[in-house]
Design a protein. Structure first.
Length: 409
């Protein structure tokens, strides 16, 4: 199986897909899957831009809307996680994962799926200690505080991923696991990015939650983005233990290293995205303590009947199969020939995919419950984010430059 990995998409699906199509033609091979490590920006219309935490002058429709409307179809099955620049209202509709557009699958705020016999896990968002132990209290429309906190990783999602026992082949996170620089060439990274030096020395560059998952899951491959530079590392898990090959990639810009192609042993195709039985069981077991308020999460009452849930799920999946529910458009799509006023609509609908997913698991729909947030206080310092930039896989003019055939990690 040949898998392409992309760093930060920033809504530029057209360029990424054209680059990969060029690589296929140039190197005479087939790419089976594209993975994106966040900042995907699944913006369907002008209203979604209101949920995108970027300076107003940078708010742009970009190209996702064409794939949402059906004007374009993704040429490769695509799986993505969320970052810190997302149409958060849309991703909240698909909290448990689902098709954001035909052939484009959102892994959810946390999730595991199968592609062929390859298990792919991921964690959306970025780590912020201030909000980590709280529930998912944010609801659209977001204010100047919740538009930022909504993409902060929550302990609840991490705790579910920590229950995964079966091997994960590939894991995606937007920000890097904290201290991952200990396992790569940090001196060269600091030469390129001198403003990382203080955080590396203080051991604060990256996500504590992601590091915890790396230690527990020990996947052969881990991919990240966020810091807009390429960085690789090899993590040896104990003496003689498994090794994780870590790679961070840049954002989609000319002359920047935003793509990598990985060849991985797998069963013969054809391949398709399918629900993962163990993950469904974990989701079902933890739903009773799904935290939807601004209070600290308490897992003390969780009755971990994961194995019981798996036995129950086996018969359910045998009846309907493990293929995700079909994509459904839930809002009007952007039309560049119409004025913004013609796109006006109200409300934040339930996504039928999410409703069907919860019905499959016999769980209640809770995503539009309205929590009290009066016990949350904010300070400007808690929302400071770091961004940076850097280099290679080139896109020159209208023609993408050739990619290497398969790059070893």
């Amino acid at each position: 199986m040949r898998i392409a990995i992309e760093g930060c998409m920033h809504g530029d699906l057209d360029t990424v897909y054209k680059t990969l199509q060029y690589a296929q033609t140039k190197n005479n091979f087939k790419i089976d899957l594209l993975l994106c490590c966040g900042d995907f920006q699944a913006v369907r219309n002008e209203k979604d831009l209101e949920s995108l935490n970027v300076p107003r002058k940078y708010r742009s429709m970009n190209s996702f809307w064409k794939y949402y409307s059906g004007e374009e179809v993704a040429p490769f099955p695509t799986i993505f996680i969320g970052g810190n620049h997302e149409a958060s209202n849309y991703l909240w509709e698909l909290y448990h994962g689902g098709w954001a557009a035909p052939n484009i699958y959102f892994l959810g705020f946390a999730g595991v799926v199968k592609f062929g016999n390859i298990r792919i896990g991921g964690l959306s968002g970025i780590y912020n200690q201030r909000h980590y132990h709280l529930g998912h209290y944010e609801r659209p429309p977001y204010n100047e505080n919740t538009i930022r906190s909504v993409y902060h990783v929550r302990e609840y999602d991490v705790h579910q991923l920590l229950q995964v026992e079966e091997p994960i082949d590939i894991f995606l996170s937007h920000d890097w696991p904290v201290c991952i620089t200990d396992y790569g060439n940090s001196e060269e990274l600091i030469r390129r990015k001198p403003y990382f030096k203080k955080e590396i020395e203080e051991r604060t560059l990256g996500s504590v939650a992601a590091a915890q998952l790396l230690e527990k899951l020990k996947p052969p491959y881990w991919f990240s983005a966020h810091l807009h530079c390429k960085f690789s590392a090899l993590v040896q898990h104990g003496e003689g233990g498994p090794v994780t090959k870590f790679l961070a990639l840049d954002k989609c810009l000319p002359g920047r290293p935003f793509l990598q192609i990985l060849e991985i042993e797998s069963e013969p195709g054809p391949y398709e995205i399918q629900y993962d039985e163990e993950w469904l069981a974990i989701t079902r077991s933890f739903n009773s303590v799904f935290p939807l308020t601004a209070k600290k999460t308490n897992f003390g009452s969780v009755d971990l009947c994961v194995e019981d849930s798996r036995q129950w799920l086996k018969s359910r999946l045998q009846e309907r199969g493990a293929k995700p529910f079909e994509f459904v458009r839930t809002v009007p799509c952007y039309n560049p020939s119409q004025s913004v006023s013609n796109h006006s609509f109200s409300g934040y609908p339930r996504n039928p995919q999410t409703e069907s997913y919860l019905q499959l698991l016999e769980l209640p729909y809770l995503l539009d419950s309205m929590p009290e947030t009066k016990d949350v206080s904010y300070s400007p310092a808690s929302f400071i984010q770091r961004g940076n930039q850097s280099f290679s896989v080139r896109v020159v003019g209208a023609e993408p430059a050739p990619l290497p055939t398969c790059l070893p990690l």
